[in-house]
Write a protein that binds this ligand. Structure first.
Ligand code: TPP
Length: 265
């Protein structure tokens, strides 16, 4: 079988060196491998929110919907009701997923929709030039917060585990790490939450994160252990980095349970 062309003719307008290019490359590689294994391009769909991350919609030659800011997940839900077999990859920013659209994320995890939700977490509203989101660190200053952010950041990994989301992972925006987690996630049926730490080179350039990270699999972490997953999730609170900061990466939590599609049959 020949591999269909997954590229479009649209030239990316991300900043040179933007970590979104790593996400794009990994996603296309993953799809190509799935198609080589026998899946059809039409088995997949792409859904995005609005933001820098959402430009990925223009660069991948797949059916789908470039949805509204914060409303990508209800769009996926509707698509799944219409076609439960569709393999949906939904891309959202942290503004999209954790600020504007947090209510949808909570319920998508509860419903256990069988789909993959990928958050490009740059801890900033990037497309609108750098306002803080729900995961921006305390004290961050911009024109909308001249005295600095006063509310502590949300911990999305801890939130997802507390909701018993059925697959919870976090990786750095490195194509190899992303491809690996997509491969792991493809074996799982249910709501697959994957957060990608994706520094924004202009408005939130935390490339330093790599130096604080460790891989959960190197610590023999068991993703079926809820208590251990919660403990690991609390190791990084998304606030300012200190000498003691540790950022666990990899699969935190996996739980097998009935999917939304099975429940509405
Ligand atoms: C309902 C709605 N609210 C606000 C906006 C304005 N807006 C467009 S992009 C954006 C920022 C997106 O930030 P994020 O989701 O974190 O993605 P990023 O640009 O960082 O990839 C905002 C606030 C909008 N388009 N629609």
């Amino acid at each position: 079988m020949t591999t269909p062309n997954l590229s479009t003719t649209i030239k990316p307008t991300w900043c040179p060196g933007c970590f979104n290019f790593q996400i794009l490359a990994a996603f296309k590689n993953h799809l190509e491998k799935e198609i080589k294994k026998g899946k059809k391009k039409e088995d997949f769909a792409i859904v995005t929110g609005i933001g820098c991350h959402a430009k990925i919609f223009d660069y991948v030659n797949l059916n789908g919907i470039n949805s509204l800011h914060g409303r990508a997940l209800p769009t996926c839900l509707g698509m799944k009701v219409g076609n439960p077999k569709l393999n949906i990859f939904c891309f959202a920013g942290d503004g999209d997923a954790y600020s504007e659209g947090i209510e949808h994320l909570v319920h998508a995890a509860r419903y256990n929709i069988d789909m993959t939700f990928i958050v490009h977490n740059n801890q900033i509203f990037a497309l609108t030039v750098g306002q803080p989101t729900a995961v921006t660190e305390l004290g961050f200053i911009d024109k909308t917060n001249p005295k600095g952010v006063k509310n502590p950041p949300l911990n999305p990994i801890e939130l997802m585990i507390s909701l018993r989301a059925s697959f919870v992972a976090r990786v750095f925006a490195d194509a190899k790490q992303i491809e690996e987690v997509l491969k792991e996630a493809s074996k799982h049926k249910g709501f697959k939450f994957i957060e990608i730490l994706q520094p924004c080179l202009i408005f939130h350039p935390d490339i330093n994160y790599k130096n604080f990270a460790y891989q959960l699999k190197d610590k023999k972490h068991n993703p079926k252990d809820l208590n251990s997953a919660t403990k690991r999730a609390r190791e990084f609170d998304y606030d300012k980095l200190t000498k003691k900061t540790k950022i666990p990466l990899g699969v935190f939590y996996i739980e097998k349970k009935p999917t939304f599609e099975e429940k509405i049959k």
